[in-house]
Design a protein around this ligand. Structure first.
Ligand SMILES: Cc1cc2nc3c(=O)[nH]c(=O)nc-3n(C[C@H](O)[C@H](O)[C@H](O)COP(=O)(O)OP(=O)(O)OC[C@H]3O[C@@H](n4cnc5c(N)ncnc54)[C@H](O)[C@@H]3O)c2cc1C
Length: 429
């Protein structure tokens, strides 16, 4: 019987014809060469944390979990070379032991480095790009099974760092790290109106600023994380368990389940959330950025030019009210610098990211399509790994170097060995 694959959220499944676990880049190369000679399709899979069908492998699944070693480094410039299947959490621990850290992270660290960069995974910090921006070299296997080494000064790097799995299987990643650092965390509820009026200041004066507006309330939970030289002052174990494990996962999960059964109660349940949010502590960066996520959901996230963040959020607030949607998950807003990766959602523009979520099993379609209409108005670019409904016709106008990317894809994968339904949706055949 064929083994089944499913993503974290459970909304994407596959039953691949073959399941390959390479131990090194030569085994990836051999698997791709064989598959392409037989006209079969190949898909590399990381930790399965994408909500889209990006990692769905119906034919040959390349499971990267045995390629998780650090190959070299950190060298004198802080560069490490990694096998592409290493998870961010394992990399964080390794770097910490060597006095190093990643410059930024998203809000979890379960992803593989290759999966994270391939979809343009990002955190928050308006002077900092997404994870792919720190990549200084890649070793890929192209669609014919050839090994392609891409160095920092090669113009190809800008095309393959965020490649959505369409331009090759990444075997090795060279990434720049920074000296390990400590963050002073301040989490507190603020009036949404205050946050929106002071957005520029909050985003620019903090190293890492984000907020979560709680639908059906006037409140946002804000997070201001700043580098500090002060001594560590982590949350005491019970408080940490209470806040990060019990409140953010167990209790929140109960709220979501009640809301799923009785949606009319959601606005009343939502009023309990702002009271849970005030805290301050000082901890290692990677322990601050990444959290435990046990409540399953589906998510859609768009990058828009930063200057439209306030207007777009006000539109969402109004729309939820007018359409009477009952939404139990906060709406998240984050900020990043512009970058030069051709398919990065922050390509050539300072970006605000707005993310909406729905508890697993709830009908997300009406809410997500309404948010997508608002995002379209602001030239929003959807996260490659999160739910969206756009096709290549829409996407091609959102990325100024789109046709150049398609040409690189033609060059690296002329027979579309890496295609699946999702790639056909977003890039065409
Ligand atoms: C709970 C949760 C929280 C999240 N938080 C954030 C966040 O804070 N910020 C953010 O930006 N995103 C976030 N995401 C999205 C997530 O970071 C991305 O979807 C990421 O791609 C997942 O990495 P993965 O290892 O699971 O890759 P997968 O989902 O397994 O794969 C993603 C893509 O990468 C390709 N790929 C994987 N390995 C390789 C390889 N070796 N070579 C070539 N292509 C490869 C796959 O084919 C697929 O196209 C979150 C997702 C979840 C479920």
């Amino acid at each position: 019987m064929r083994k089944k694959w499913s993503n974290w959220a459970g909304n994407q499944q596959a039953t691949p014809r073959s399941w390959v676990k390479p131990q090194n880049l030569h085994e990836i190369s051999a698997a791709v060469r064989d598959a392409s000679a037989q006209g079969r399709r190949v898909k590399a899979v990381g930790s399965g944390h994408s909500f889209t069908g990006a990692a769905v492998a119906q034919d040959v699944l390349i499971d990267m979990s045995c390629m998780s070693r650090v190959l070299t480094g950190p060298d004198e410039n802080g560069i490490v070379e990694l096998e592409a299947g290493i998870t961010l959490s394992a990399l964080n621990e390794f770097l910490f032991l060597h006095g190093r850290a990643l410059e930024n992270l998203g809000d979890i660290s379960y992803q593989t480095i290759s999966g994270a960069i391939s979809t343009g995974t990002h955190g928050t910090g308006q002077k900092i790009g997404g994870l792919a921006q720190q990549v200084v070299g890649l070793t890929l296997i192209d669609g014919r099974g050839n090994i392609v080494v891409v160095e920092e000064d090669d113009p190809l790097l800008q095309f393959v760092r965020v490649g959505v799995g369409a331009v090759g299987i990444i075997a090795h990643v060279k990434i720049r790290t920074v000296n390990k650092f400590v963050l002073h965390v301040e989490e507190k509820p603020m009036r949404l109106s205050y946050v929106l009026e002071n957005l520029e200041g909050l985003a620019s004066r903090n190293d890492h600023f984000e907020f979560f507006w709680i639908p059906h309330t006037k409140w946002a939970l804000t997070k201001q994380n700043n580098r500090t030289e002060l001594p560590l002052q982590p949350l005491p174990p019970f408080k940490k368990w209470w806040q990060k494990s019990f409140m953010e996962n167990t209790a929140f999960g109960v709220v979501c389940r009640v809301g799923k059964l009785l949606p009319a109660l959601i606005p009343r349940l939502a009023t309990a959330l702002p009271g849970s949010g005030s805290t301050s502590y000082i901890d290692e960066s990677f322990r601050v950025f990444a959290s435990e996520r046990r409540v399953k959901f589906v998510e859609m996230e768009y990058a828009i030019p930063r200057e439209h963040c306030r207007a777009a959020l006000e539109d969402i607030v109004r729309m939820i009210d007018e359409k009477n949607f009952k939404v139990s998950f906060p709406v998240e807003a984050r900020f990043t610098a512009a970058d030069n990766n051709v398919l990065s959602t922050a390509h050539a523009r300072q970006s605000a990211y707005i993310a909406v979520h729905m508890f697993k099993g709830c009908d997300y379609l009406p809410y997500f399509t309404s948010v997508a209409e608002i995002m379209a108005h602001y030239s929003g670019r959807p996260h490659w790994g999160k739910m969206h409904f756009l096709t290549h016709e829409h996407l091609s106008v959102l990325y100024p170097r789109w046709t150049e990317f398609l040409a690189v894809r033609d060059q690296l994968d002329p027979s579309r060995t890496f295609d699946n339904d999702y790639l056909e949706q977003v890039f065409g055949k």
